[in-house]
Design a protein around this ligand. Structure first.
Ligand SMILES: [Zn+2]
Length: 118
């Protein structure tokens, strides 16, 4: 029980964290990731609403083409057409730090080459 009141005191001292904040790092990382995801989702929604207000919702800002109904139905918050989105993704994949799932070697423990004589 002493532990608990110590932790409660510690949390109070930390101050900046809300009382329901998880004390362990992994959880607070998840918490932060969730917050970030929620924030970026909100930003997408806001941007979409702004586009609706301006009357250019459903229009790709890069090429000016109208987005297909199927695409808007699948991803309502998208701003770019599939072609431009894919081009942007390709450009990102071709960028210096190449990190695609296909590129990352699966981590096999190298049993064959390992020399194991202590
Ligand atoms: Zn486009």
């Amino acid at each position: 029980m002493a532990q608990r009141s110590f932790r409660a005191q510690q949390l109070q001292q930390l101050g900046e964290d809300p009382p329901e904040a998880e004390p362990d790092a992994a959880r607070s990382e998840i918490h932060m990731a969730l917050q970030a995801a929620a924030r970026s989702a909100l930003r997408d929604i806001d941007a979409a609403l702004r586009r609706i207000r301006r009357g250019n919702y459903g229009r790709c800002p890069t090429c000016g083409d109208a987005l297909s109904v199927e695409r808007l139905r699948a991803v309502p918050m998208t701003s770019h057409c599939e072609r431009c989105q894919r081009a942007a993704a390709n450009a990102a994949a071709a960028a210096p730090k190449r990190r695609t799932a296909a590129d990352t070697p699966s981590r096999h423990p190298r049993e064959e080459g390992a020399s194991h004589d202590d």
